[in-house]
Design a binder for this molecule. Structure first.
Ligand SMILES: *Cc1c(COP(=O)(O)O)cnc(C)c1O
Length: 342
């Protein structure tokens, strides 16, 4: 099987497993796991924040941050295709009790002008705008990059208005490799940041959130309320440290593989693919043939290629460290052949 459903499907390699087995551990609910401390310190430094907290998933990371930033009834501005809005089981409403104010972006990017229009005036009968969430890279838009200049403009405005800024940086590592802009430079415009270790970096579990010391103290409490306090979890933190040290710099290779995949499938008359969106390790394409994305995915699976339907006509492929360039080319050619035969 050539599994291109997600960059989360990778399995820890021998080196990572060894690092996990050798990890020094303690009870992290008592704050006594040295490996967790090390990971949190490392990520806080990488993101230029005072403190960081290890959490089980990117979803929990985002949701804790949104909970800490808002009160029930507050409004959260995000892009219409945002992960926090569409792929987290409605937990923005469930946990924070906040309501979303979605803005349709262009390739996942929203502008200061759009944000300015979406912010509510302070009348008592209106919801209170409290938080702006930016996703970089943007998953649903096809792994697209959010320009730093626009982040800077939006964050200046947010400061003026007293609004908080959260970065869903599940794939911030990919953004950084693609642009050469450091995670710290991206993060300085945000009050909180969430990054994943279990996507392209290849760790089996885990995300980290970062912010000010006071913010992380509040986040720590919410994590416990959600049942996210973990014990000898240095075993997982060790995988995260290993992933940062060994698998970050190689992400460029995943980006090359995604471009190659896109070039091959884009040649099909039954595929509509905006090559401008292929900026990192994700390819999102629309099927224009008399066939749904789910049907094509099923046919592909029968031929040994796994892809994920993202809508009735939308199909996603994601490259990662467990597929070779050759496998990616083979997968793309199989998709192409199947469509050409229609
Ligand atoms: C994967 C992802 C998350 C978090 O997902 P989990 O599966 O909960 O770890 C958050 N935001 C984006 C943009 C993602 O792609």
């Amino acid at each position: 099987m050539i599994d291109l459903r997600s960059d989360t499907v990778t399995r820890p390699d021998a080196g990572m497993r060894r690092a996990m087995a050798d990890a020094e551990v303690g009870d992290d609910v008592f704050g006594e796991d040295p490996t967790v401390h090390l990971l949190q310190q490392k990520v806080a430094e990488l993101l230029g924040k005072e403190a960081a907290l290890f959490v089980p998933s990117g979803t929990m990371g985002n949701q804790i941050c949104m909970k800490v930033h808002t009160q029930p009834g507050d409004e959260i501005i995000c892009e219409a295709g945002a992960h926090v809005l569409n792929f987290e089981s409605g937990s923005m409403a469930f946990l924070a009790g906040a309501q979303p104010r979605p803005i349709p972006g262009h390739r996942g990017v929203i502008t200061l002008e759009q944000v300015r229009e979406a912010v509510r005036s302070p009348a008592y009968y209106l919801p209170r705008t409290r938080l702006i969430v930016i996703e970089n890279t943007h998953n649903f838009a096809g792994g697209t990059l959010f320009p730093l200049e626009e982040i800077r403009r939006i964050s200046e405005f947010a400061r003026e208005q007293g609004l908080a800024m959260h970065l869903d940086g599940a794939r911030l590592w990919n953004a950084s490799v693609a642009t050469g802009i450091s995670p710290k430079e991206y993060s300085r415009y945000f009050d909180s940041v969430s990054v994943c270790l279990s996507k392209g970096l290849g760790a089996p579990v885990g995300s980290v959130i970062a912010g000010s010391k006071a913010f992380i103290e509040k986040a720590h409490r919410v994590r416990k309320q959600l049942g996210g306090g973990m014990r000898q979890v240095g075993i997982l933190a060790a995988a995260g440290i290993y992933a940062l040290e060994h698998n970050w710099s190689r992400l460029e290779e995943d980006h090359r593989k995604a471009r190659r995949f896109a070039e091959i499938v884009a040649g099909s008359r039954h595929i509509q693919l905006d090559m401008e969106t292929v900026q990192t390790n994700i390819v999102v394409m629309d099927i224009t043939a008399e066939l749904t994305a789910a049907q094509l995915a099923e046919r592909m699976a029968a031929k040994g290629v796994l892809l994920v339907p993202m809508g009735p006509r939308k199909l996603r492929a994601v490259t990662h460290l467990d597929v070779t360039m050759q496998q990616v080319e083979t997968a793309a050619k199989i998709v192409r052949q199947e469509l050409d035969a229609l």
